[in-house]
Ligand binder design. Structure first.
Ligand SMILES: Cc1cc2nc3c(=O)[nH]c(=O)nc-3n(C[C@H](O)[C@H](O)[C@H](O)COP(=O)(O)OP(=O)(O)OC[C@H]3O[C@@H](n4cnc5c(N)ncnc54)[C@H](O)[C@@H]3O)c2cc1C
Length: 302
C-alpha cells in the first residue's frame, strides 16, 4: 500500500512527486505520459531560469529530475476509476492500488467541436495539437477553428508550413490578444468571424468543411486538407464522481486554494484540473508543491 498516489505526469504531478520523494513519503506516480500540455507546446518563455525553451525539452528536464528520486512510477498507464473505501482505491486497466492519500494532477484536454465527421477524421486531418502536427501540412490549405489566443497562435505557427491558413470564429468578435491578431494579419491568415463549422467531410482524409455564416441561412462549403481545433479545453476528470469532489460550472475540481485539499479527506488536486484561475506551468508546479507539503502535514497527524 502506498501513502500517496499521484495521478498525472505534467508540471503539477511531477513537482508533487519530487516534493513527496524529498519528504520520504512512499509514493507511486501514474501517468499516461510525461508530456502534459506543456510538452505539446512550441516555445516557452516564462519558465524562470530558461529564457527560451521548447515545451518537449522543458518536460524532459522535469522528467529527468523526477527520476533522480526514489519514487515508484507507472508510465503509459491511465487511471480509470478512483473510489474511497477504508483507503483510496486507484484503478488502471491492469490493477487496483490502495493509497492513504491521492493527488489528482490530470490537467486538461482540448474541447471537441462535436460535429459530424470530426471523430472519424481525427488523426486524418482533424488535429488538436498544432505543434505536434503542423509540419505535416506543408503546402496544404488548412482551417483553424477558434478565435481565442490558442486559435491565433495555431494559425500563426501554421503559416510556417501551410500554403494557406483560414481562421474561423463562431462568435462575432475574436477574443485573442490584439498583438496576435496583428501578427496573424501580417502573416496573411484569412480571418472570419460568425463562421461555424458544422461538418467535416472526407473519405480517408479531410477534404472539405461545411460551415454556416451568421446571418446566412444557407450552409456553405470550402475545400481544405486540415482542420485544427482550438476552441478551449476541459479538465480531465472522467474517473471522478461528485461524491468525492465538487466541480465548478466549468467542470474544474474545486480545491481549498490554501492547501489544495478537496472536500474528501486525503484527496487533493493540483494544476490545470482545478478551479485555480491561472492555467500556467509555474502555477501548476507551485500547486503540486503546495499539495504535497499540505499532505505531509496531514499524514504526520494521522
Ligand atoms: C497550446 C498551449 C500553449 C501553452 N503555453 C504555455 C506557456 O507558454 N507558458 C505557460 O506557463 N503555460 C502554457 N500553457 C499552459 C500549460 O501547458 C499548463 O498550465 C500546464 O501544462 C498544466 O500542467 P498540469 O500538470 O496541471 O497538467 P498537464 O500539463 O495537462 O498534465 C497532465 C498529465 O496527466 C496525465 N493524465 C491525464 N489523465 C490521466 C489519467 N486518467 N491517468 C493517468 N495520467 C493522466 C497526462 O498524460 C499528463 O501527463 C500552454 C497550454 C497550451 C494548451
Amino acid at each position: 500500500m502506498y501513502e500517496l498516489v499521484i495521478i498525472g505526469g505534467g508540471p503539477a504531478g511531477i513537482t508533487a512527486g519530487i516534493y513527496a520523494a524529498r519528504k520520504k513519503i512512499k509514493t507511486l506516480l501514474i501517468t499516461k505520459d510525461f508530456l502534459g500540455q506543456a510538452g505539446l507546446t512550441g516555445i516557452i518563455e516564462n519558465w524562470p531560469g530558461e529564457k527560451k525553451i521548447s515545451g518537449p525539452d522543458l518536460m524532459r528536464k522535469f522528467e529527468d529530475h523526477l527520476k533522480e528520486h526514489d519514487i515508484d512510477i507507472k508510465e503509459g498507464e491511465q487511471v480509470f476509476s478512483l473510489k474511497k473505501k477504508k483507503r483510496f482505491v486507484v484503478s488502471t486497466e491492469w490493477e487496483s492500488i490502495d493509497a492513504k492519500a491521492v493527488i489528482v494532477a490530470t490537467g486538461r484536454r482540448q474541447k471537441r467541436l462535436g460535429v459530424r465527421g470530426e471523430k472519424e477524421l481525427t488523426g486524418k486531418g482533424v488535429v488538436y495539437c498544432t505543434t505536434c502536427d503542423a509540419p505535416l501540412f506543408k503546402n496544404k490549405s488548412v482551417v483553424v477553428a477558434g478565435g481565442g489566443n490558442a486559435g491565433f497562435e495555431a494559425a500563426i505557427e501554421l503559416t510556417d508550413h501551410a500554403k494557406k491558413v483560414f481562421l474561423f470564429e463562431g462568435a462575432n468578435d475574436f477574443s485573442a490578444d490584439e498583438f496576435l491578431q496583428e501578427q496573424a494579419k501580417e502573416r496573411g491568415v484569412e480571418l472570419y468571424t460568425g463562421r461555424t463549422i458544422e461538418e467535416i467531410k472526407g473519405d480517408n482524409f479531410v477534404e472539405e468543411v461545411i460551415y454556416n455564416d451568421a446571418g446566412n441561412k444557407d450552409r456553405d462549403s470550402m475545400k481544405t486538407e486540415g482542420v485544427f481545433v482550438q476552441i478551449g479545453s476541459v479538465a480531465i476528470n472522467d474517473f471522478l464522481d461528485d461524491e468525492l469532489v465538487d466541480f465548478d460550472k466549468n467542470g474544474d475540481i474545486m480545491i481549498d486554494q490554501g492547501n489544495c485539499f478537496t472536500k474528501t479527506e486525503g484527496l487533493l488536486a493540483a494544476g490545470d484540473v482545478t478551479n485555480t484561475r491561472d492555467k500556467q506551468i509555474i502555477v501548476s508546479s507551485g500547486e503540486g508543491a503546495k499539495a504535497t507539503l499540505s499532505l505531509y502535514e496531514y499524514l504526520k497527524r494521522k
